[in-house]
Design a protein around this ligand. Sequence first.
Ligand SMILES: C[S@@+](CC[C@H](N)C(=O)[O-])C[C@H]1O[C@@H](n2cnc3c(N)ncnc32)[C@H](O)[C@@H]1O
Length: 495
Amino acid sequence: MRPLVLRRCLSTKHDFSVTPTTFNYRLPSRDYPYDCVLSPFSPFTPVFSNLSTHPLDKSTPSQFFDSFPLTNSHRLKKNDQRPTKVKMLASDFIEDSLYNPNYGYFPTQAEIFQTEKPFDYSKLKDSDEFMDKWQEQYSRYSGNGAQLQLWHTPTELFQPFYGEAIARYLLVNYKLNLYPYADLIIYEIGGGNGTLMMNILDYIKKNDPDVYSRTKYRIIEITKPLSEKQKLRSLHRKLSSKGHSPDAVQIINKSILDWDEVVPEPCFVIGMEVLDNLSHDVVKYDVHTGKPYQGYVVIDAKGDFHQFFTDELEEWTKLYLELRGNHHLQSSPWKMLLNDEQIHPLNSLPVIPKLQNYLSPFKNSLTESEFVPTSLLKLFNVLSTFFPEHQLLLADFDSLSETSRGFNAPVVQTMLDSKMATASTFMVHQGYFDIMFPTDFKVSKDIYVQMTGKLVETTKHEEFLNTWGDVEATRTKNGENLMLELYQNAAFLHS
Ligand SMILES: C[S@@+](CC[C@H](N)C(=O)[O-])C[C@H]1O[C@@H](n2cnc3c(N)ncnc32)[C@H](O)[C@@H]1O
């Protein structure tokens, strides 16, 4: 009883004994005509049916779900407060949490770590000394006491060498496929601090002045700061000081997913660490039939989150499930258990989800969640529709540790008292957390080919940089190569 009393003392507004993932609220359908909070098939349902608190205010799941209007992240952009009394797709909840201009994570919390000047690897003894230098640079950010969310990207940590590797790749492919018939036009999605652009332009200017004179660089950036006047002026000053004409560079403040203009010329579309923050949808499967269910988030009048599932699939989710084929069923569950690999909910030994559902009436005969990359499909659709002559170069994480629950689940993390804290679900206070997904490069490759009709390759970070990077310049005195070794869980997709 004590925790309950304490909880009541702390707040009468929220019921902290129920989390957003405690219940799988399932909407009735032809195959599943039950409209109940607890599973009708578990022998333990009567034990829980007289709950002292009822999260849906005594309504059935469908009554509760139908009582809220449907919204999406586009409509929520004009909200300066987090919404209540609405429902939305899980992907809209994630998109709103990350990108809402007024309370979203990217516009209000995040900053990309930038070294004052590049590390001189040849003068560093080993990786320990590199880590010490890195920590020293951190003090510049921690001085103001703010709970700043700092990202580290290979672009920034290994500048200018990482950017130079990308530039070498672009130059060779441009020379092979397009020169001298077309200019070198580069669209960078998510340009961050503009460091990659600077490093690429510097490299081309130094190594191929002829190509440089016909290079145009365009950054498509969803977050405002880079496109704000002050930052833009400082970027232009930096460009001029390095002998670049600011006219060769254009910053376009919009999401790549909202792109609506055809670019008929051949071009390169590149993006480093952009895929991991593309929103995903949530799918669960019926444990008996394997039928997929689409996940929605309902935000009630108190601002509490509830997850609902319906067998009416949204069109991008449906398309993803069609295009990914049988990738998720290819490995044997036994082998995956032995290798500590993630097992897809439809590939697990059937007895496990059935038993879990028998024992827990809260699950409503639905499996663990799978996170499906619906925004990645939207990105490939934009590329296929509006950039018909593009060549692609994307880099990102192919696996992540400390993820939340589910298959292909994100890491949900924030800084608390200068320490990184992770959450077990993406349904957390919007804008306070980074929500970061791993990318399945094999599946992405297959889907890209199907959607664009273009060929594409995937290569691990180390192999790509071994081929295109200056591996001597990034080696420490004891022979370690941090640019190759630090990002073992990253890969490239390149056409
Ligand atoms: C992790 S940062 C990486 C920045 C930079 N590419 C680097 O490697 O340092 C991701 C960047 O992508 C931008 N971004 C995320 N989603 C985007 C979208 N849909 N369209 C355009 N930019 C996006 C973010 O604002 C951010 O600047």
